[in-house]
Write a protein that binds this ligand. Sequence first.
Ligand code: SF4
Ligand code: SF4
Length: 439
Amino acid sequence: MRVMAQLGMVMNLDKCIGCHTCSVTCKQAWTNRSGVEYVWFNNVETRPGQGYPRRYQDQEQWKGGWVRNSRGRLQLKAGGRFRKLLSIFANPVLPNIRDYYEPWTYDYEKLTDAPLGDDFPVAQPKSLISGEPMAVEWSANWDDDLGGAPEHGPRDPVVERIRKESEDKVRFDYERAFMFFLPRICEHCLNPSCVASCPSGAMYKRAEDGIVLVDQDQCRGWRMCVTGCPYKKVYFNHRTGKAEKCTFCYPRVEVGLPTVCSETCVGRLRYIGLFLYDADRVTEAASVADERALYEAQLDLLLDPHDPQVLAAARREGIAEDWLAAAQRSPVYTLAKDYRVALPLHPEFRTMPMVWYIPPLSPVVDRLAETGHDGEDAGNLFGAIDALRIPVEYLAELFTAGDPAPVRGVLQKLAAMRSYMRDVTLDRPRDESIARSVG
Ligand code: SF4
Ligand code: SF4
C-alpha cells in the first residue's frame, strides 16, 4: 500500500441556484486576461444541456477521446503508430471557439451616443476577437431557455442516449422538462489523462496534495491535454500559446484559504477536504472491465484515515501529521465514503475524478399533479424514487455509468434526512426508524 494525499471537493447539487458567482469570482481571480476571454476554469452547466464546451460528454467526437466498442463499453480510441506520429504534428479534432463560445462585449457607445428618438437604444454585442458587431448564436448556459426541447437544436447527449433506449420517450421530452445546475471545475483526477497525453512533460500531479498543474515553462502548446481530458477542463491560451487550467487555487490553499469558488459560493454547497488513497491500486481500479463497477472501484481506493495501518503507511510516505489530522476530519471523505451520498462525475471516463456530487433530490412528479404538494415526506419518497421529476436514469448516466442502484440509495438517504429534519424543525414526533430503513 502506497498512501498518498489528495485534495477533493464535494458539491451538493440541491443547493446550487445557478447564480454563477463561483464562475465570475474564479474568472476575476484567474482568467481575467487577454488570450483566455473564453475560458471558465469554473463553469456552471444547465442540465439537461450541451455543457461547456458543447457536447464535451459526447466523447466519440474527439480524437484521443473515448469510443463505444461492440459491447457498448467506452474505451480509448485506438491509434496506430502512424496516427500517433501524425497527432504530434497535427491535433485537429479539438473544441473550437464556437464550441466554447465567441466572447463578446457590448458596444456601449450605441447607448451613450444614440440620438434622441422614440425607441430606447440597445447596446449591440461586439466580438472580442474581431471587434465587429456580432449575432450571438451560442454560449455557455444557452440551454437555460431551451428546456431540452429538440426543435431548438441538438439535445443533451446524455438525454439522447437514454431516450433512445427508454420506452417512456415522453419522460425525456419538453412537456416533462426538468432542470438543475451542475458546477464544474477540473477534477484533479487520480489517473489524469491530461498528464498522460502531454508530450512535453509539462502537465503534472503534485505529490503532496494531488493538484494537477501545467508548468508554463515546459508547455510547448501541443494541446494534447485538451483532447486528452475527457472533461475538457484544459484550455489553450492563444496569446501565450500555452495550456492553462484550474489550479485548485493552490496559492490560497497553501496558506489555509479555501478555493475562490468555495469561498464565494452563495449556496454554501462546496466542501473541500483531503482523501488518503492507495496509489498502488489506481491503474488496476481504472482498468476494471465493467464500467458500472468503476464507482465502487474508485470508492475502494479511498482509505480510512482512522485506520492505524493506513496512518502508519502514510507516515512511512512522509505525510505530515497536520495533513493526517486534516484527512481525519475531512468532510469529503465522510460524504463520499462513510455516508455514500456523493458520486463521481462520469466514472466511465476512467480518470478517477476527485470532484464528487450529491445528486439533487427533486419532487415526485405524480404526487405534484395529484395534490399540488411536492411529496417530499419520506413516506411518499421511499416508494417513489423512480417518479422523481429528475429521472434517476439521467442522474445515473452522469454519476454511476448508468447504474441506477447507487443513485437510488443516495436519494433515499437524502429523502430520509429531509423528512427527519422537517419533523425536528416543526417540533413533531420524530421517526427514529427512518435512518434504519435506508441503511
Ligand atoms: Fe486532467 Fe481533465 Fe482530469 Fe483535470 S479533469 S485532472 S484536466 S484529465
Ligand atoms: Fe451554484 Fe454556488 Fe456557483 Fe451559485 S456560487 S452557481 S450556488 S455553485
